[in-house]
Write a protein that binds this ligand. Structure first.
Ligand SMILES: [Zn+2]
Length: 244
């Protein structure tokens, strides 16, 4: 696993202040809080691809290889900033609490089956993609697990990715493991591990509760300490172990 070199020049005292005890000493955050929360203006590459440079280059190689096998890897969704995620969150929250008359807590639980709280999405990082097979004509929603099962329109894509995607650094994030908590199985969501692993390492140093409390997000008054702790454990960290 390629990992970026961490800056090792900070003094011992500043390290002691900035690093929580569960992370090894000697590693200093490389990614800013703004960047990790989807609020920074980062350089993204490829029209309709929008990935960080190294991830973009590897994606293109993977796409060409798949093309030779008759599969047209097409990005359904890639980088999404904080504000875009906020609008998705608030649209769902309003629909569930007002149109569907759900209790706020139930609405939040339903949203986080598939969608993230703004500021906590891996799609903020420029490393994660949702993909489909562009050669297949499909009716209705494309990002539905059934469509990636055997007999579904994207079964060949899924099979190809199972065999080949890791060679290009792309790993499934929300696996089918029944013991996994957090987001449901997403056979379409892949992450470029060489960058997203160090980003997740940095993300774990953030005080997510505090950061979310600063934001003006619909329903955020229900983000209690316990809720956010469980959310971080289940939805952010209970992912494919290859990405930890
Ligand atoms: Zn996704």
């Amino acid at each position: 696993m390629k990992r970026r070199n961490f800056i090792k020049t900070a003094s011992a005292s500043s390290l002691a202040l900035s690093i929580p005890p569960f992370l090894p000493l000697g590693e200093v955050s490389e990614y800013s809080t703004e960047e990790l929360m989807g609020k920074a203006d980062v350089a993204l590459y490829g029209e309709g691809i929008n990935l960080r440079k190294e991830a973009y280059e590897s994606f293109l190689e993977m796409k060409s290889a798949a093309e030779e096998d008759g599969i047209n890897i097409k990005i359904a969704s890639s980088f999404r900033d904080f504000y875009r995620q906020k609008s998705i969150w608030e649209r769902k929250y309003t629909q569930y609490t007002q149109t569907d008359n759900m209790e706020p807590i139930d609405a939040i639980d339903k949203i986080i089956e598939y969608s993230t709280i703004p500021g906590t999405s891996r799609h903020h990082w420029g490393t994660d993609i949702d993909i489909i097979d562009g050669n297949k004509k499909v009716d209705g929603d494309v990002l539905v697990a059934d469509k990636f099962e055997v007999g579904g329109p994207y079964d060949e894509l899924k099979l190809w990715m199972d065999i080949n995607s890791k060679d290009y650094g792309f790993h499934l994030v929300y696996t089918e493991n029944p013991r996994r908590r957090g987001f449901k199985y997403e056979p379409w969501h892949y992450s470029y591990a060489p960058i997203s692993i160090p980003m997740l390492t940095d993300y774990r140093r953030l005080n997510v509760l505090k950061l979310l409390q600063r934001e003006d997000i619909l329903g955020s008054e229900h983000f209690t300490t316990g809720f956010v702790r469980t959310y971080v454990q289940d939805n952010i960290l209970d992912i494919n172990p290859e990405l930890l």
